[in-house]
Design a protein around this ligand. Structure first.
Ligand SMILES: C=C(O[C@H]1C=CC=C(C(=O)O)[C@@H]1O)C(=O)O
Length: 412
């Protein structure tokens, strides 16, 4: 059933993103809020299922919703396909930049939800909350891990591995997730910005990621990208760099080329040759620059409507977050990273959601530049792609720069 809330007098006629988010949170309902790269309108969904189903991501089968996948979710054999959390879009809202929200129910709304949305709970501490970054205790272990990775690569068992670390930040008060989301949207217009509330885990995840994993547009165009190589988007004196001014080392060019080759190997596995490859080009991602190659395919022209579902299974986790060869890199990560990556470097995004007049589309992104919020504690995650030419201290500095993407909005 589709009910346009703007014509339904039992609920607030102009709910804001905050109203929906706080209503869902007060009732223990999962919710997602996102803004696609280079767009202004924001989207929000709420699910009435308090415990999220774990689904096989089949883009041809799933109803409208938002997928959240762990980094380590992979097929464990033909009968044990990878599973992801699925936030079904029981309530779906679009917030245009200049106009009232459009809200639809796709299932019969619960009475409690309607009642609560009519009198939405107050948002937490709208004023900026003070933050304290906990002192780093991971530097020595990280540098040691990089050194061990370089040894493994010099011995030839590994060609690339992405090693990550965490950083913890304490807020003085429980932060306002929607306010942080809004700040990320303003600061990173080219990123996919999201806030996801998962009550059963007691977590909210926030991110501003530059990396598209898979898009299946309403017009049948499939897109993916190879992203790697990192440098600051400013010169040491703080002046912004233009993409043409970026200097890339052999190590970074090779690191990104490995991601390209990994994607092309996936196309080869399904004998697909009709892809358009553009790049590598330097792109700006907030405070950073990366090398990016885009791959597009017209799924209608190649008569391959299930391409996105098939490629998702083959691609995740890509060499941009895991390494090459994939299984060896995964083993290295599991043996050397002291933390569980959880949703960091997994994939997230809307599936089969109406995003334009053309119809529903799916946009899945690699979950980078992200943090997990548990009450007043935030855990930030950042990794760096290592090759045998890596310099341990430089890789640590790279993870520091990646943490800045989110840190810089926490204190505003
Ligand atoms: C693993 C991360 O970034 C990936 C994406 C772009 C550049 C990367 C790099 O230069 O290492 C990483 O492959 C991260 O942000 O935590």
């Amino acid at each position: 059933m589709h009910v346009d809330v703007t014509t339904d007098t039992t609920v607030t006629s102009r709910p804001t993103a905050v109203d929906l988010w706080e209503t869902a949170r007060s009732l223990g309902m999962p919710a997602a809020l996102w803004r696609l790269p280079n767009q202004r309108e924001k989207h929000s969904i709420v699910s009435f299922e308090e415990t999220l189903p774990r689904v096989v991501v089949d883009l041809d089968e799933l109803p409208a919703g938002f997928v959240v996948s762990r980094f380590d979710s992979q097929d464990e054999g033909p009968d044990k396909p990878a599973r992801s959390l699925f936030i079904r879009a029981d309530v779906q809202a679009i917030f245009p930049d200049d106009g009232p929200a459009r809200v639809n129910y796709t299932t019969q709304p619960s009475h409690a939800f309607q009642q609560s949305l009519a009198h939405p709970p107050l948002r937490p501490t709208p004023a900026p909350s003070r933050v304290t970054v906990r002192p780093d205790t991971q530097h020595a272990a990280y540098v040691d891990g990089v050194t061990q990775a370089i040894d493994a690569m010099q011995q030839g068992s590994l060609r690339k591995v992405v090693l990550s670390r965490t950083k913890q930040v304490d807020f003085a008060d429980v932060p306002d997730a929607v306010a942080l989301f809004d700040r990320l949207c303003v600061k990173y217009p080219t990123a996919f910005v999201s806030a996801v509330s998962i009550p059963e885990l007691g977590q909210i995840w926030l991110s501003a990621t530059p990396e598209r994993l898979i898009s299946q547009r309403a017009d049948g165009i499939f897109e993916t990208m190879a992203l790697a190589g990192t440098q600051s988007a400013t010169f040491p004196d703080g002046t912004p760099k233009r993409p043409a001014e970026a200097m890339w080392s052999q190590k970074e060019i090779e690191e990104q080329a490995m991601v390209c080759r990994y994607i092309i190997e996936c196309f080869k596995k399904i004998r697909l040759r009709e892809y358009l490859e553009v790049g590598p080009k330097t792109i700006i991602a907030g405070n950073l620059m990366h090398l990016s190659t885009c791959f597009t395919i017209d799924t209608q022209a190649v008569h391959y409507p299930q391409l996105s579902t098939v490629m998702l299974r083959l691609l995740h986790p890509t060499s941009a977050v895991c390494g090459t060869p994939r299984d060896k890199a995964m083993d290295f990560i599991q043996q050397h990273e002291p933390h569980d990556r959880e949703l960091y470097a997994g994939f997230i995004g809307p599936v089969n959601c109406p995003m334009s007049e053309d119809g529903p589309a799916s946009h899945l992104f690699v979950h980078l530049r992200c943090m997990k919020l548990e009450g007043k504690l935030a855990t930030l995650y950042a990794g760096a792609g290592l090759t045998e030419d890596s310099v341990p201290e430089r890789e640590w500095q790279e993870t520091e720069m990646k943490c800045q993407t989110l840190l810089s909005v926490l204190n505003e």
